[in-house]
Unconditional design. Structure first.
Length: 147
């Protein structure tokens, strides 16, 4: 059985006060770079921004799932940002975003990518889980919300 918790790590969870969508994305990309999940933060950041230009990744419910798939990566990774204040992400339901799951990985594993995306989406439809994530005070508590 697929479990999104298996794809999450406390070292990739960050609490942010950022004011704009691009600042949030930049902070998550910086985190991935610092933790050595990515090797070129400029190209990865640009891939995320280009994807956002196609259509918003603000899926509603206060959640955004920006993502980029690039040939140079072998495995998927996820950075999670919990925002103190909502950010205008041009979400489909017009709500401000406070939970961001930034996904990166290979461009040739579409089935695995869709499982991850679906797993996050289904898990976050649970209002109690979203509340638990927003009330979390540590990265471990954020991950625990997916148990």
């Amino acid at each position: 059985m697929f479990r999104i918790k298996n794809h999450l790590s406390p070292k990739f969870v960050i609490f942010l006060d950022e004011l704009s969508r691009n600042e949030v994305i930049e902070e998550l990309v910086n985190l991935l770079f610092e933790k050595k999940a990515i090797h070129d933060k400029k190209s990865f950041y640009q891939a995320i921004i280009e994807r956002e230009k196609i259509v918003t990744t603000g899926i509603g419910m206060g959640v955004a799932i920006p993502h980029a798939k690039l040939a140079e990566y072998d495995n998927f990774f996820i950075a999670v940002g919990i925002l103190k204040n909502g950010v205008d992400w041009k979400a489909v339901d017009g709500t401000l975003v406070r939970i961001v799951f930034l996904i990166g990985g290979p461009d040739d594993k579409q089935t695995e990518y869709l499982r991850i995306l679906s797993g996050i989406t289904v898990a976050l439809k649970d209002e109690e889980r979203r509340k638990a994530i927003l009330l979390a005070e540590s990265p471990e508590e954020v991950i625990q919300a997916f148990s």
